[in-house]
Design a protein around this ligand. Structure first.
Ligand SMILES: *Cc1c(COP(=O)(O)O)cnc(C)c1O
Length: 392
């Protein structure tokens, strides 16, 4: 069966009533026949039928045994890190999501968990950076915002040989384009806020494990720490997932066209998009992803923060906002927005230049999006002749 069919039919019809839409069980508790005798549900932090459906759906989409839904992507990441103990180390991709960096640096360092960062796009760096204390390898591929690609299957082999867990943040690709568990990863996390939800209308996180015992451990953490997803938001994510396949294909087509336009524009220096033949790891992306996703980043020839800020304020269709993966196109300036919690030297080393702009290419007609970027760049070129007097 094709992925689209599997995806649509992974969402079950309600067995009780035949309702085609998954019911929202807006309840805190469930009546028991006798103490401990119930229908599988006793308290809604531990289990909720609407959340359970989402958890089954995401497990199936990622090809895992266990799915778990959290109140945010960061809560999902937090639950995975709680598998570790004081003294353990994480080896993470250097171009990591800013919020994950903040969680690792400012929270988990207090509990004796150390995180080492390396450029995981080259497998040799991964092998070199392992220590006897490394218990978890943390990948994002593609990364945010420079769209770095790491070879999941090759890194999974190294992880297995060293009895280290491999977790992949699959937010940017989504299971419609990439299934890390099938490539050897142990855990997948998602900010379902992005493509899975798909409509910029919720905050949610998901974890999927390949192994059932590992899934049970994270389920224990989910219940013990309590950062669960609400029934209503679980329903919204399920509804988003129904059109995931369709949306992500169109996001990818639009992003490819935008990236090709940017690549030939005279004001643009670098374009980061795994679908371009010039991308550093284009072949690996083509091997492990079925399309290249909806995020495109670029830098300006004149690498100035003030100029980039003018560009992001000059588009009309691309709205200036953090986040990504929704129907509407968004853009942001990572250095002063999503990545401002990362120290400047480390940010530069990871390729997040002062003029870097990240686009979340939406589902509008692509010619309108290209025209919008073109007019923004043109207006800024004119403005550049005048001194920039005030910060935006
Ligand atoms: C947004 C994002 C997160 C965090 O998710 P929230 O839902 O905002 O908590 C984690 N990883 C990546 C790659 C993201 O883009």
């Amino acid at each position: 069966m094709s992925n689209a069919t599997t995806l649509i039919h992974s969402i079950p019809v309600d067995p009780l009533t035949g309702s085609v839409s998954v019911p929202i069980y807006q309840t805190s508790t469930f009546v028991q026949e006798a103490p401990g005798v119930h229908k599988g549900y006793d308290y809604a932090r531990s289990n909720n039928p609407t959340r359970a459906t989402l958890e089954q759906v995401i497990a199936q989409l990622e090809g895992g045994s266990t799915g778990l839904a959290f109140a945010s992507g960061l809560a999902a990441i937090d639950a995975v890190v709680k598998l570790l103990q004081s003294g353990d180390e994480i080896l993470a991709v250097d171009d990591i999501y800013g919020g994950a960096f903040r969680l690792f640096t400012h929270i988990y360092s207090k509990f004796g968990i150390k995180v080492n960062y390396t450029d995981t796009t080259d497998i040799r760096n991964v092998v070199d950076a392992l220590t006897p204390k490394t218990k978890l390898i943390w990948l994002e591929t593609p990364t945010n915002p420079t769209l770095k690609i790491s070879d999941i299957a090759a890194i999974a082999k190294v992880a297995q040989q060293n009895s280290i867990l491999l977790c992949v943040d699959n937010t940017f690709a989504s299971p419609a384009l990439q299934q890390p568990l099938k490539l050897g990863a142990d855990i997948v996390v998602h900010s379902a806020t992005k493509y899975l939800g798909g409509h910029s209308d919720l905050i949610a996180g998901l974890v999927v494990t390949k192994d059932e015992a590992l899934g049970a451990e994270i389920k224990f953490i989910q219940n013990a720490s309590g950062a669960i997803l609400s029934p209503h938001d679980s329903w919204l994510v399920i509804r988003g997932i129904e059109t995931l396949h369709l949306r992500v294909q169109q996001h990818s087509r639009n992003a490819q066209a935008v990236a090709e336009f940017l690549a030939q524009h005279p004001a643009i220096d670098k374009v980061y998009y795994p679908g371009l033949g010039t991308h550093h790891n284009h072949e690996i992306a083509a091997k492990q992803q079925s399309a290249f996703g909806g995020i495109v980043s670029f830098t300006l020839k004149e690498d100035a923060e003030a100029l980039a800020k003018k560009v992001v304020c000059s588009t009309k269709l691309f709205k200036l906002a953090e986040s990504l993966g929704g129907v509407k196109s968004l853009l942001c300036h990572p250095a002063t927005m999503t990545h401002k919690s990362i120290p400047v030297e480390q940010r530069h080393a990871a390729g997040v230049a002062d003029s870097l702009i990240r686009l979340s290419v939406g589902l509008e007609a692509v010619e309108d999006l290209i025209n919008d970027i073109q007019q923004a760049l043109a207006s800024v070129n004119a403005a550049k002749l005048k001194p920039i007097t005030s910060e935006i």
